[in-house]
Design a protein around this ligand. Sequence first.
Ligand SMILES: C[S@@+](CC[C@H](N)C(=O)[O-])C[C@H]1O[C@@H](n2cnc3c(N)ncnc32)[C@H](O)[C@@H]1O
Length: 350
Amino acid sequence: MDVPVAQRDRAGLEFLGSLQHHAGGVLQPAAGARYASLVPDPPPDIQGRRRSVAESLGGYGPWLFDRLLTRYVAEEIYVRSIPAAERARPVIEDWLDVPDDAPGSLTLNSGLVPPAYYSAGFHLTTGGWDGHDLMGVVISDLGYKYVLMPGGVGAVRAGENLMDQRTQVALEAPRRDYRRVLEAGCGNGRFAAVLSREFPDAQYVGVELSKTQLQYARARSAHEGLSWELIQAAAEDTGLPDASVDLVAIFTLFHETPPKATEAILAEMFRVLEPGGDLVMGDIAPFERNDAFRSVVLDWETDHRGEPFMRSFLHTDLPGLVKQAGFGDVEAYGLGKGDYPWVVRARKEA
Ligand SMILES: C[S@@+](CC[C@H](N)C(=O)[O-])C[C@H]1O[C@@H](n2cnc3c(N)ncnc32)[C@H](O)[C@@H]1O
């Protein structure tokens, strides 16, 4: 939505966007180049790489400022955008208020007990994904719009277009004639918007734990004249019937789940996918596909930017888990710079 943002709030958020852009677009590449020149033969393992980067760049200003600014911006986004959203509350509430008879549906589950790992807190959001009742707008229309789109976030580099990356992944699905597409971990509907555009004849179903993200997705669907079916549930236990969808599409869910949950979610996706159906997923490339400096930058997110499962995800054999869940024709490959987005696709054999 187009949030009416007061001049002072907008200036503060744009300042954060510029800081992040400078950190990710100038300081970090400088640090990466210096590391590559100082350590042409880096250690193969992450502990060794962390140590080696700390030793060789420990006194290098661009690296220290890149990390400082990235952490500062990640926290400050919420310090600035929550009050900005509060000041626009009546307009936001009006936008979120979707009539019950609007096409599509939102099924909330007030009794849902989220998996324990979900309370670990993500992206340093104040109070977690649902830490504020306007968090959908706070994340999407303030944090992303003003700060993270221009500045980059996680594996998305400054200046890269995170919607184009979602489109690239959607286009890796082998067919165009799906009838029912399930997205696990749909958030506020960014990938859903792409899937609806690429598969206009398919019914879109999104499963998500966060109530505020789902409410945002519901409003987005209604305002765009779409009819998304949105369900508050854990992707491990969607409640959907067996063999009821013919495409499962997932974008950047698994770097937010511990390996055991990833296994459980893949088993659930296998159950709900009909024989002959496809699985297509986009996320961050595994550790071995990232150069030494980049792997340390990503690993850093685990301890410092609210990505508690990034480290374990980087070392997870996702294609192996997909095979273990029963899928066949498993392929894994990178699409963009630094192999991001990393695609894993597979089929449930007919
Ligand atoms: C990084 S966001 C990606 C959202 C969306 N797929 C997109 O492309 O914008 C990951 C989402 O997964 C959700 N999530 C994490 N664990 C989940 C689980 N076990 N079941 C359902 N959703 C989950 C989070 O709440 C969050 O909204």
